[in-house]
Design a protein around this ligand. Structure first.
Ligand SMILES: [Ca+2]
Length: 539
């Protein structure tokens, strides 16, 4: 009896070991893409004043990429992430030419779930996700929601009037954790969770106590704040000691020229933005704690990045009310967006580094061989092949009777495993009238129909020394590469290469196109903006 028991235990443990090793071969994936967050807006990438201890900790134990690019715009980054193709090649927002990575992972036996902003055709459940909660729209009221919220395919409308009642960033995490719990009984299946937080995209809305915490931290102004970030980036090793910070451009206002009232207002809206980022960080910590408690964190591949740079437009649809309540709508503004994109030039939508450079934090405690900074030039289009390689999954040549388009991205797995690895294909950049190509360390770029500029990104990462006149042959070669990529993506060459210059951003904070003539100046009517930053937000 005793022997039988022992043998049974041995057999059982053998079986269990077998199960565990089979199970642990395939990692879980947690892919977090935040919205409109600048390169320098979290602590480990240089934010001095915004607190992001959770992401910083994950980064400390994992890998941070110095050069990770997105497509400069919300929908196109989502298309390239999900399809592994350039945006137009995949059929743009329709995804009609795409076989998405959730579809492939689903077929390979993964549980698949998504929460957050979809912004593409149909519903995520049509594209390989087993579960979905979020908004199909490109942006939402974080408190009052919108009519595109779905729980699966069902309309969801249980919103609130204050962040205490409903806050989108919290809800996206609640549902992600719910899915992890739902999958608990299915130990033989790994999971993939894609969380597309809308934060810190406009409208700026955040919990009151978090805003209060940040109030007054930004009164030293845009330029001083940017300088502090730049110094911190050097200190942390985000950028090299010889990197040059671009001069504060003409199209941005200067802090010293603002009235005290305007300074207070600018401090205030930056405090809301900072609160949104810290709220994101707290939610990511909450998700991580859940995975740690369930013993899943060790074998979870975690990726964190942003879909584009900070937004330089300045659209404030409803600056009257409170940012912890529904319907409040302001944007972070041109100058703070510039600070967000430190040390780079330009903004969301532009192909210059300010538009396309994103933090990239990668973690996989069980599989990672090293932890440090990485210099590989990666792109959001690389995520798909990376997941397949780490999951040991082949990209199907055929799906539902259709031949699939070969993925254009390159797996980052060797990069993360600290193998010597060079990119073999160029990076294609195109959003509206912004365009360019990166091949090796050379980048050809044009902003808003402006002239072509050529930069050596190794020597000049902040794009200050235009080499196009000095290196006409390189310029010509890259132009040919760009045109080739353009035509492969179904564009007409003549239409996309016109070179009449469109002026840079011109909209200003509250004399912008959304406030009509005769509307009261919010800085004069809003009680909060009349207070000195040292005072509380009460009254
Ligand atoms: Ca975005």
């Amino acid at each position: 009896m005793k022997t039988f028991g022992l043998i049974t235990i041995m057999l059982l443990s053998l079986l269990l070991t077998g199960c565990v090793s089979e199970r642990t071969e395939k990692p879980n994936f947690v892919i977090i893409m935040v919205d409109d967050m600048g390169y320098a807006d979290i602590g480990c990438y240089g934010a001095v004043e915004i607190e992001s201890p959770q992401i910083d900790q994950i980064a400390e134990e994992g890998i941070m990429m110095r050069h990770f690019y997105n497509t400069a715009k919300c929908h196109s980054s989502r298309v390239s992430l999900l399809s592994g193709l350039w945006c137009n090649q995949a059929g743009n927002s329709s995804l009609k030419n795409a076989l998405t990575f959730p579809q492939v992972l689903q077929q390979a036996g993964y549980n698949t779930g998504m929460t957050g902003k979809w912004h593409l055709a149909k519903n995520p459940l049509d594209w390989g996700f087993d579960k979905y909660f979020g908004h199909l729209s490109g942006s939402t009221d974080y408190v009052g929601g919108d009519n595109t919220f779905r729980d699966g395919r069902e309309i969801y409308n249980e919103f609130g009037n204050t962040t205490e009642e409903f806050y989108t960033t919290d809800a996206m995490t609640d549902y992600a954790i719910k899915y992890i719990k739902d999958w608990e009984g299915e130990d033989d299946k790994p999971f993939m969770l894609y969380i597309a937080y809308n934060a810190p995209h406009s409208p700026l809305q955040a919990p009151k106590e978090l805003i209060e915490k940040y109030r007054g931290r930004f009164m030293d102004g845009w330029e001083a704040n940017q300088n502090k970030r730049f110094q911190r980036q050097k200190h942390l090793g985000v950028i090299g000691e010889d990197v040059v910070l671009p001069v504060w451009p003409e199209h941005r206002r200067k802090w010293d020229e603002l009235s005290e009232l305007d300074k207070s207002w600018e401090d205030y809206r930056r405090a809301i933005y900072a609160a949104m980022v810290e709220s994101l960080d707290m939610n990511i910590g909450r998700l991580k704690d859940e995975l740690v408690a369930r013993g899943e964190w060790e074998n979870t591949v975690f990726l964190f990045f942003s879909d584009n740079g900070s937004d330089g437009r300045d659209i404030n649809r409803n600056p009257y009310g409170n940012p912890w309540e529904a319907k409040y709508h302001v944007q972070v503004g041109t100058e703070w967006a510039g600070v967000g994109n430190t040390p780079f030039r330009w903004y969301k939508q532009n192909s210059h580094e300010g538009g396309i450079a994103s933090p990239m934090v990668f973690s996989w405690p069980k599989g990672l061989k090293t932890s440090d900074w990485n210099n590989f030039r990666g792109h959001i289009v690389d995520v798909y092949p990376t997941l397949l390689e780490l999951g040991g999954i082949e990209y199907p040549q055929e799906y539902n009777g259709h031949i699939t388009i070969p993925l254009v991205g390159e797996s980052l797995a060797p990069v993360f495993m600290n193998k010597n690895h060079q990119r073999t294909k160029p990076i294609y950049l195109k959003y509206a009238e912004n365009k360019g190509v990166i091949d090796g360390n050379m980048k050809l770029v044009s902003a808003r129909k402006g002239p072509w500029e050529l930069y050596d990104l190794d020597k000049d990462p902040t794009e200050l020394n235009d080499l196009s006149a000095d290196l006409p042959e390189t310029t010509e070669q890259l132009k040919e590469q760009f045109v080739k990529l353009l035509l492969e993506n179904g564009y007409n060459e003549d239409k996309a290469i016109v070179n009449d210059f469109i002026a840079p951003w011109g909209t200003r904070s509250y004399d912008n196109n959304n406030l009509k003539e005769g509307d009261p100046n919010p800085a004069e009517t809003h009680p909060v903006w009349k207070q000195s930053p040292a005072l509380s937000l009460e009254n």
